[in-house]
Design a protein around this ligand. Structure first.
Ligand code: ADP
Ligand code: MG
Length: 264
């Protein structure tokens, strides 16, 4: 996959986004600009609003105020699948009853079958069977080869290790050729050794795809080693956005210094 593979590669603009759940304000007037090829990490303690912000960018949740744009396009009215973003979750969210190939191919299938899904008769046919055929199979194989899981294509997720499952989730994100990757703590279920290898895999995936990546973690080491820039979040606010070295050398305020300077 080359950087020219997606003609719609774009940056992300988060414009004055606020969000409350009931009386609790979870995001307070967040604004961020992510460049078209940038790797930006949202770093902050548990509960500070990272996942909520990512879900709003993906269209899985909606802001009370503010707006999200991908490239020049405001996407507030678009469904998640219409936004052309790929999200990787902590849980990997793989379908246990489908094979690895079917799991990877599913987003492509969903995209292709958008119109005829509305026909009740066709909807009753098991659509996943089609994942095994044609161009989808070729794209699935290519993504699987890139992540070295091509020998597992016929297995079910339950027959894989945590690290292998994580690679399936990455392949599924990659196969869509998205204009933005959104990753929500994708490595936190892995043991320490696997995590280091997987970091390199994600960095490579980002480099090869050439699209923007917004990566969420509460792990300073991950944030500092992987990112072009880090956005430090706390209590629903972004306290500082800067390259890793600058966050360390010139923390914008005490809360940033305390968070990045503290042991995990
Ligand atoms: P993080 O990903 O940084 O750990 P989250 O975005 O998941 O934080 O959550 C931020 C805050 O919003 C937390 O206090 C959490 O309990 C709350 N929250 C998240 N989702 C919901 C929801 N669907 N309903 C109510 N509260 C929620
Ligand atoms: Mg979270």
């Amino acid at each position: 996959m080359t950087s020219s593979a997606n003609a719609f590669q774009s940056g992300v603009s988060v414009r004055s986004v606020s969000k409350s759940f009931g009386q609790t304000r979870v995001l307070s007037d967040i604004s961020l600009e992510i460049g078209p090829r940038e790797f930006l990490t949202l770093l902050g303690p548990s509960g500070c609003g990272k996942s909520t912000l990512l879900r709003i960018i993906a269209g899985l949740d909606h802001a009370d105020e503010g707006s999200i744009a991908l490239g020049n396009q405001t996407v507030d009215g678009l469904l998640p699948r219409e936004r052309d973003v790929a999200m990787v979750f902590q849980s990997y969210a793989l379908y246990p009853y489908m094979t690895v190939a079917e799991n990877i191919g599913l987003p492509l299938l969903m995209r292709r079958t958008r119109s005829w899904q509305r026909l009740p008769l066709i909807r009753r046919l098991h659509p996943v069977a089609r994942a095994a055929t044609g161009t989808i199979a070729r794209d699935v194989r290519r993504a699987a080869e890139a992540l070295q899981i091509e020998t597992f294509l016929d297995r079910k997720p339950g027959q894989l290790s945590g690290g292998q499952r994580q690679r399936v989730a990455l392949a599924r994100a990659m196969v869509r050729n998205p204009r933005v990757f959104l990753m929500d703590e994708p490595l936190s279920n892995l043991d320490a050794k696997l995590r280091v290898a997987a970091r390199a895999e994600i960095a490579e995936l980002h480099r090869r795809s050439g699209v923007a990546c917004i990566y969420v973690t509460h792990d300073q080491v991950e944030a500092m080693t992987m990112s072009d820039r880090v956005a430090v979040m706390m209590g629903g606010e972004v306290l500082q956005v800067a390259p890793p070295a600058e966050i360390y050398d010139r923390p914008a305020e005490l809360r940033v210094a305390e968070f990045v300077g503290s042991p995990k």
